[in-house]
Every structure is written in C-alpha cells, then in structure tokens.
Design a binder for this molecule. Structure first.
Ligand SMILES: O=C(O)[C@H](O)[C@@H](O)[C@H](O)[C@H](O)COP(=O)(O)O
Length: 219
C-alpha cells in the first residue's frame, strides 16, 4: 500500500493501532497481519525524517512504531538528494518491490484531497498532470508547503488495484461536490485518479454539499 500525508497521518494513527489490537485478538484475519504489507508513500516532502513536515517521519513516530510492520517493509525516500534525483531514486526503490513488472501495481492507495482538489502533490493545472512516462516526479514549486516534494504520477496511481480517498471537514465540501458531481472538461487532480476501484470515506462536513445519495451518479 502507499500512504499520503497531511491530516491522514493523525487519522490513521489514531484508528489503525486500536483496530490492529482488536483484530489481533480475533481468530482469523491473518491477511490483515501487518507483516504482509509493504508501505510506500504517494508523495513525500523533501525534508529530513526528523522534520515535523516529513510524512514518513510522522508515520514512523505515530503509526508504524505501534504496529508490527518490519522496518524493511517501509519504503522511504532519500531526502538528502536533490529533488530530481530523489524522484528518480524513489522510482527505482519502488520498482525493486515489483521485479519484472513494467508498472508497479499497488493493492491499495490511501489518499487525501486538498481544498483545491489536489491529491498527492499533483496540483490543479500543473504540468505534472500530463506526465505519462515517469512513475514518480519531482516538484519544486508546490503551492502547499513545503515546496520541494516528490509525488506519484497518474500512470502509477491509476495502475493500482484500489484507492481510498479520506476527506474530512467543511473546507473540502465545495471541492468534494466538484470532484464527485461536477462535469468539468478540466477535472481536478483528485478526479483524475481512477484506478480499478475507488472508495471515498467522507464525513458529514465534507459531504454537506453533495446531492442526496439517492440521485448521485458518482464516477
Ligand atoms: O503530503 C501531503 O501534503 C499530502 O499527501 C497531500 O496530498 C494531502 O493528502 C492533502 O493536501 C490533504 O491534506 P489534509 O487532509 O491535511 O487537508
């Protein structure tokens, strides 16, 4: 699986370890055992892991240290490289997890969405949305700080078996309606993520502007 940053870190860190403890006491659910998972990142900020802006550093501290995922099952970036090199290096690291596959196929992507409809570090009207060759790309002018990041691109995101968007808060209500119900000829980045299966986990505040469930024709 691959994880996104932002508010998702706290949300997963608050919920998953408790679920893991619950499931660990259950008879089956061996498949849910954490040691079977490899964890990558849908995007990452180019800062040291000890920086509070480091997505991997936050997950290690708040989540991964509390569940039994072996350290070598977490595929982190090399934040000491220049951003272009860090992107190339991360693409190599991910491809090593999928030997022989032309395109790595993640089982699960867990994504957030910004109030402008960005996801990962793919922002509206950014040239990266047209990237069709690289699976990981650098960005040095992220509108959301910090500016230097690496990000999965749409070819990699759309090759996944499934994606889950987790969207909360009223600041996302307008953009969520646009992504799920809009008919724009220029869809927002979150609306361009269309792997085999996409599920949206939203709270009442972020869903407050959606049409009533009965008459939605969701993508
Ligand atoms: O590292 C990042 O910044 C994220 O990957 C980014 O894409 C995030 O998911 C959205 O900006 C939503 O973040 P919030 O849930 O905090 O609004």
């Amino acid at each position: 699986m691959a994880l996104s940053g932002g508010g998702l870190v706290r949300l997963l860190s608050e919920e998953l370890p408790a679920q893991a403890r619950l499931q660990a006491s259950g008879p089956a659910l061996a498949g849910a055992a954490w040691e079977h998972w490899l964890v990558g990142f849908c995007d990452e900020r180019l800062v040291p892991f000890e920086d509070p802006e480091s997505t991997c550093g936050l997950y290690r501290k708040q989540l991964l240290s509390k569940i039994s995922i072996p350290n070598n099952h977490v595929v982190a970036i090399n934040p000491t490289l220049p951003v272009e090199e860090a992107a190339k290096d991360y693409a190599v690291r991910l491809r090593e997890l999928f030997p022989g596959d032309n395109m790595p196929v993640f089982d699960l992507l867990i994504l957030g969405m910004g109030p402008d409809g960005h996801t990962c570090s793919l922002f509206p009207d950014h040239p990266l949305l047209k990237e069709q060759t690289q699976i990981i790309a650098p960005i040095s002018n992220s509108p959301k700080p910090p500016p230097r990041r690496i990000t999965m691109t749409l070819p990699l995101l759309n090759a996944a078996r499934s994606a889950v968007f987790v969207v909360t808060g009223d600041s996302k209500a307008t953009v969520l309606k646009e992504v799920l119900e809009g008919k724009s000829a220029n869809p927002l980045p979150a609306g361009l993520v269309q792997p085999a299966e996409v599920n949206w986990f939203v709270d009442q505040a972020s869903a407050s502007k959606l049409s009533s469930p009965g008459d939605q024709d969701l993508p």
